[in-house]
Every structure is written in C-alpha cells, then in structure tokens.
Design a protein around this ligand. Structure first.
Ligand code: ZN
Length: 322
C-alpha cells in the first residue's frame, strides 16, 4: 500500500499506563483524572487509562478504579484498561470501564519459566474473562508482547505469533495488538509480520505498539502504515520502559507521531498543540528529560527563523502573529 493511500490513523494514548508504570514519581488520582479529561479534549479516540492488576506488582496504577469513576467518558471515545485475569474484568464492571485488554508474552521460554505453560495455553485460560466481559457488554481485546523478539529468544518466529493469534481467536477475541516491548522490531520484519497476519486473519482488527528503545519506533510505524495497519499505541512525552528489558525506552512519543501524520496529511483527529501542552506538563511533573523530539524542537510548521543578512545582522521581519 502506498503511504499516500493512508487517510486516517487511530492513536491510543498509553502514557497513563505504559508510560507512568515505569516511573518512580506517581501521579495523584486527581492528576490522572485531569490528564484523561485533557486527552479526551485533545481528540484522542482511544485512551489507556490504567490497569486492573495487582496493586503490589504495579503500585503506579493501583488507583485505576478511582480514575475511571472520576473521568468524564465522552461518547465514541474508548477508555481502555489492561487486565490479567477474571478479577480484572470484575474491577472493570464495578467502576464503569467498558474496554479491557489482556496480554500474553510471545516468548515461550519466558512463559514456561513464569507460568509453566506456553503462551497459547495462557490465552486459552482467558476464556472465562471473555465470557464474563461479553455478559457485561465490555469489549475485550488481546495483546501479544514481545511479538517481534524478546531478550530470552532473540527473534520470535511468525509461526509462534500466529499460534497465539489463533488461541485468541479460539476464545472469541478478534482485536489484537502486536507489541514490541523489548524494542527489537525493525521495519522489514514489521512489514513481513503485518503482511502475514493480515492475509491469514483478515477479519481481525490490529494494533501495533512499538517502543523506541533503539530509535526504530517511527520507522516501524511507517512499515506498519505501508501494510495498511492504521491503529497505533503511543505515549505522551515518550514516557515508559519495561522493567525486564535492559535499557528499554518508552513508546514513540504521541506528539512525534501525530506531528509526522499531520505533515503527511493523515488525519488523527488530535489537536497537536493541546497534546504538546499535556506532554509538557507530564515531563515537568516527572522532572527529567523524556524521549520527545517535538518537546525539544517544536513543530516544523512553527519554525520561521529570521533570515541572516550578509552583515551578520538578522532581518527584523517577524512572523505574523495569529
Ligand atoms: Zn509497552
């Protein structure tokens, strides 16, 4: 598919979950509620609000229930949470969350060591979650982390990823996210996996989730776009990481991706200025530099410098104020 054929992309902001869960400084519930409402106002069609997992394991998102109770859910916007089991579905029901996402690691070695079963066997155990979610009218999707490689296996064969996709389909899940938490994906591999899974499972709805650990996040998104994949997770200010992956970076920053898509004439529905204001606030709160090119350099369209003259004096002409 030619990139010029892509007209629209859906972005899910995952900063509140994936971004903040790796930070020492924890936002208050009030700050999170404000951030979700601001992201809604900025035009995000999907927002990952947090996770319903063990508060001991991930204290940064322990208050996800309270955040859901405090936000204004705009009709048409999906407010998603990550879950690990049936308890997660029950928590979603109790606080008004209408969209949940399960996750499994594609690493057979990692899964066997941790859970004593293969990734596909893990997914089969999710059947109870799907049943309960459907009873309650909650949409349920599945993600596959380490789909492009893991620190334990290096590359993950496409056949392994397909087995997990089939396990998800078996339990009735058709919305699937391929995630590169380890930052090992590269563009030609992304294109090949996208082409394979799209041809094999044409009725699935796909998300791609890239971490920018080795600077390939945007390149991988372009590879996905060229295969007609139009749903991506990104993170405000480029926050995030992964506790078990050495040197892991965050997702590609939301503002960098929206800026690129704006320049390419691809619609996202997101107001870049409002998004940058949110990301700036997050970066200020965290108090350390984050991986966002836009926060450093600003938008290309704002760049109107004075033209230097021969004498080394600058032109006095200033850009017209809006
Ligand atoms: Zn991630």
């Amino acid at each position: 598919m030619a990139l010029t054929d892509v007209k629209q992309v859906r972005i899910c902001e995952v900063g509140l979950r994936d971004g903040l869960q790796n930070e020492k400084k924890i936002m208050t519930t009030e700050q999170k509620i404000q951030a979700v409402n601001d992201l809604t106002a900025a035009g995000f069609p999907v927002i990952e609000v947090g996770s319903f997992v063990s508060p001991k394991a991930v204290p940064q998102v322990a208050d996800t229930d309270a955040v859901f109770q405090g936000i204004r859910q705009k009709p048409g916007v999906e407010y998603r949470a990550l879950i690990a089991n049936l308890k997660g579905v029950e928590r979603a029901v109790a606080c008004g969350c209408k969209k949940v996402k399960l996750n499994v690691s594609a690493s057979v070695a990692h899964n066997l060591a941790n859970l004593n079963c293969t990734p596909a066997e893990s997914v089969a155990r999710f059947a109870v979650c799907v049943e309960r979610a459907k009873e309650e009218g909650i949409e349920i999707s599945g993600s596959i982390s380490m789909a492009f490689g893991s620190p334990w296996d290096k590359e993950i064969p496409v056949s392994v990823v397909c087995k997990i996709i089939e396990a998800y389909r078996e339990v009735g899940i058709r919305e699937i996210s391929l995630s590169d938490a380890s930052g090992m994906a590269y563009p030609s591999q992304v294109a090949e996996i996208c082409r394979t899974v799209k041809a094999k499972y044409p009725d699935c709805s796909w998300w791609l989730h890239f971490h920018n650990t080795r600077g390939l996040g945007i390149a991988n998104i372009l590879a996905g776009l060229s295969e007609g994949f139009t749903q991506y997770d990104t993170s405000f200010a480029g926050t995030g990481g992964c506790p078990f992956v050495p040197g892991a970076a965050g997702n590609v920053s939301s503002e960098d991706v929206v800026h690129m898509l704006d320049e390419m004439g691809i619609a996202t529905g997101i107001d870049l200025d409002r998004l940058m204001a949110i990301s700036r606030k997050v970066a200020e709160f965290l108090g350390h530099p984050t991986d966002s090119y836009l926060l450093r350099a600003g938008k290309a369209s704002d760049l109107i410098l004075d033209v230097p003259t021969r004498q080394g004096k600058n032109h006095t002409q200033t850009p017209e104020k809006k």
